[in-house]
Ligand binder design. Structure first.
Ligand SMILES: NC(=O)CCC(=O)C(=O)O
Length: 261
């Protein structure tokens, strides 16, 4: 399976520019004939302008139509990072996944909102995880700060996922955490992690890039630098069963003992 990860620089609050840019990137990535294109977090507005409430996509209608139409046009699955979405007057940081027929197969509202950046004051957290299949392969997704919560990523793994996507808008100042956490999540869950960060800067934030495609042994198959870049890599899904047969943590874990309260 071939994965393309779009590490891009987005313009804060410039929704039209960002749509055009994402459209160009999807068109260019499609020339490499990937099975899946993955976008970063909150690509419609960047993370995040003061007037986010006005700019957010009402009911995610435009985002879903755009991802669906792009996926069908280029015959590629799109894990749509996330977009700022307004539903019933509330703001959400929402991922949509479109399969190559153009069907929206999953959506996910970010559950762990980044309180140090006041995301929790503006946005409403999701209440459910995200698991879906593409080409009959089970996969899951979390968004950015979610990756700091190993229990949440383990829950996603226990759905049978072989790949977990982590779109992000992670700052350069903590890019060492980003790399280590993603690698740890791949090793401890014995699956592929496709972690796609933003790069570039806004007035107050420098995003860290260093998107990563990591195999279930923790090997980094592809890694971005600081700037814009499309990572494109083949992954061998057989390695999930191979590694789990060598060290079978899913057989050896003791879930009955994991509540000490
Ligand atoms: N967009 C985010 O969730 C930022 C997360 C972050 O900066 C961190 O966990 O550190």
């Amino acid at each position: 399976m071939k994965i393309a990860a779009a590490q891009m620089s987005l313009r804060l609050g410039d929704v039209e520019h960002n749509y055009k840019q994402v459209e160009d990137w999807i068109r260019n990535a499609a020339q490499e004939r990937p099975d899946i294109i993955v976008l970063p977090e909150m690509w419609n507005t960047s993370f995040y302008p003061d007037n986010i409430r006005e700019l957010a996509d009402e009911d995610g209608r435009r985002t879903q139509a755009f991802l669906s139409e792009s996926a069908a046009r280029f015959g590629v699955h799109i894990v749509g990072g996330s977009a700022a979405v307004r539903r019933e007057g509330k703001l959400y940081n929402t991922m949509y996944v479109a399969d190559r027929s153009g069907r929206i197969v999953s959506s996910y509202d970010k559950v762990h909102l980044f309180a140090p950046g006041h995301e929790d004051e503006k946005f409403t957290p999701g209440t459910k995880g995200c698991a879906f299949s593409l080409d009959s392969i089970p996969m899951a997704a979390v968004i950015c700060y979610d990756v700091r919560f190993p229990e949440w990523v383990r829950m996603a793994t226990l759905t049978g996922a072989q790949i977990i996507f982590v779109p992000a808008a992670w700052p350069a100042s903590r890019v060492d955490h980003w790399c280590i956490l993603n690698q740890a999540r791949a090793i401890e869950n014995q699956l592929f992690i496709v972690a796609v960060n933003s790069c570039g800067s806004t007035d107050s934030m420098q995003f860290g890039g260093h998107s990563m495609i990591i195999d279930p042994w923790g090997n980094v198959l592809a890694q971005g630098g600081d700037g814009e870049e499309m990572l494109c890599t083949d992954i061998d899904l057989d390695s999930v069963t191979d590694i789990r047969s060598r060290i079978n943590i899913f057989h050896d874990r003791q879930p009955g003992l994991y509540d000490l309260t």
